[in-house]
Design a protein around this ligand. Structure first.
Ligand code: ITT
Length: 197
């Protein structure tokens, strides 16, 4: 089946395309030449994921999913949270954002953090389903690795000695917050007979 991933973030498209199996023909907004973005006015990951997926469904009529995700750092009052993309300025380079976070974390003994993803699937106006993935971990003492995007170089997933940015895509997908949520979507679609093919 054709599934539209409603995102302007090419890294999310890459992650889902790598995860999805042969039955799933994943297309992106870019593939459909849609450049607009929807304003994320929700107060939670779920509200924003729902908003993005419904917007894309209403625009195209294609079954859609959207991810809203972010990093919560305990010692920083769970910032940046749902504002992860806008934190410290939407146009600020992540190399700078990550350095500022590392400086703010310098004297913190509690380095715990977690990544959260909520992926919302819209199969019809009243056929909407949300799935969550959470990866607990900590903020490293320096930025490490060059893969991935965003806060990947400073996030150490629990029980691993590599940051997300030091992992290849397959390893990151196998444990990441969004990998977990995407796999739940795929399992749900497989359980719906009409979407088997
Ligand atoms: P779309 O809304 O178009 O999907 P976006 O990048 O703006 O793209 P979000 O609004 O969900 O997506 O913001 C998520 C932000 O959280 C993202 O820009 C990163 O800063 C951060 N983030 C989420 N998942 C991440 C990951 O796997 N690695 C690093 N940073 C991540």
């Amino acid at each position: 089946m054709k599934l539209l991933l409603a995102t302007q973030n090419p890294n999310k498209v890459l992650e889902l395309k790598r995860l999805s199996h042969n039955h799933l023909d994943v297309v992106s907004l870019k593939d459909l030449n849609i450049q607009e973005d929807v304003e994320e006015t929700g107060k939670s990951f779920e509200e924003n994921a729902r908003l993005k997926a419904l917007w894309a469904y209403q625009k195209t009529g294609i079954p859609c999913i959207a991810d809203d995700s972010g990093l919560e750092i305990t010692a920083l009052n769970n910032e940046p949270g749902i504002y992860s993309a806008r934190y410290l300025g939407e146009d600020t380079a992540y190399s700078i954002k990550n350095q500022i976070i590392l400086e703010r974390m310098q004297d913190q003994s509690d380095r715990s953090a977690r990544f959260i993803s909520v992926v919302c699937l819209v199969l019809g106006e009243n056929d909407v389903h949300c799935f969550e993935g959470i990866m607990p971990g900590s903020i490293d003492f320096e930025a490490k690795g060059f893969n991935g995007f965003g806060y990947d170089p400073i996030f150490l997933p629990e029980n691993h000695s590599l940051t997300y940015a030091e992992m290849d895509l397959q390893l990151k997908n196998s444990l990441s917050h969004r990998g977990q949520a995407f796999r739940k979507v795929i399992a749900y679609l497989e359980s719906r007979v009409e979407y088997e093919k």
